[in-house]
Unconditional design. Sequence first.
Length: 499
Amino acid sequence: MELKLRDYQQEVLNIIDNLEPGAYLIQMATGLGKTATFTNIKRKGRVLVLAHREELVTQPIKYYDCPVGIEMANHKSNGENVVIASVQSIIHRLDKFKPDDFDMIIIDEAHHAAATSYKKIINYFNPRLLLGFTATPNRGDGVRLDDVFQKIIYQKDLKWAIQNHYLTDIHCLRVNIGYDISKVARKMGDFAVGELEEALNSDVLNGAIAEAYKKYAKGQTLIFATSVEHAQNIAKLIPGAIAITAETNNRAELIQKFTNREIPCLVNCMIFTEGTDMPLVETVMIARPTSNSSLYTQMVGRGLRLYPGKDKLTLIDLVGTTGKANLCTAPTLIGIDLNSVPKAQQDDIEGDLFDLPDLIAQKADCIESWIRNIEIVDLWAKEQQYNLHNVNWFKMPNGDFILQLKGKKIRIPAQNELGETILDRPMKMQEAFDIAYQYLCENFEEQRYLWDLSIVKKWGKAPASEKQKAQVKRFFRNYDTSELTKLEASQILNRLFCR
């Protein structure tokens, strides 16, 4: 397929063409054409492309200028220059290949590469280049890829793409329709589809979705549902809407009518997650809750295309009760974690996408978050296997770590996908925590009571003193201090006095 590459795509290809042997990561925002980019990398031998979903296996074929073999289910390769493989299939067929069969391995949606299945495949082969492409920023979550890739060689995020007019801006809304998926099981890192469908596909909730469409949707609207029946039931409640499923034969015709504004709304179940050319989408409604950041960004990605007369995309997250599970919503697109924002205030996180970070930081800067911060940081450090030296760091929603002292604020910027941050130079996150601890010991020993949790925790379980309660009441007159512990009061006062 003949394709004119954009300047930034050609820039990526030039960088890759001059790489030394190794393992490298490339981040390109959804909508910037990572598939068109990696299929045009200059080949210097055979190429293996690894993907985890059927659409990602079949989608790149049209871009290659040579025979392509497939390793997936009943499909088997036969010595072609390019082999595209489903991870689930090739992991059982490694004996079919020699370790040096491929000069280059490309991993699509590379944030999955931390999984055991991927590592088994990666460790089997000995390519000159291992390249990972991802659209998903992982600053806010627990995924690290530093044991797979050695360096990030290119980054073009969503903000860059929108500011440079490759993608449309996004206005984000949250509509609480009252669903409860707190008891829905999780499989393969996401909500179990069958249970999710059972929890959401009800007359009351479908009516709420239709009402949200009527009230908030602008222009041509694409709704993502949890199942075929769910999509059909939603469509019945929206005048002129059409449900599109895997059994819909005339998809191209319906998309054209939708683009011509003859159909106002398309409701689909996992049909338009990626690989579909939809020229005009002005509103995307997420009625298919997910904790898979890749799936979420792909759903939103259907609406990021520029179109004459289109001002911006309206993104509507339909939310409800999720229990302890993390739900992907608009902040996910820019790598921001809402865990530090109290549940009661999360529905207020609305506005243009790049206005959200300041709003989230403001909402997270509250008593409930200050009290929970030790728990949030401790859990994160255990997941990442970091030693924080008992320093009382405050974790911001964007992944930055801040320590408030009297007259001094210390900040460690959020880590990237390879567990790196930047202080005076790029370094591993653990090194940054080590340097900060040494700096504190050498320069702020007299303030150890503020930053050393081991000291605070010795007396922290006791009830807050009357003096502490009075100080808290000075700032929060109506706050109930009767159950406060000394540690909790200390967290509140440290945050107040050391701003």
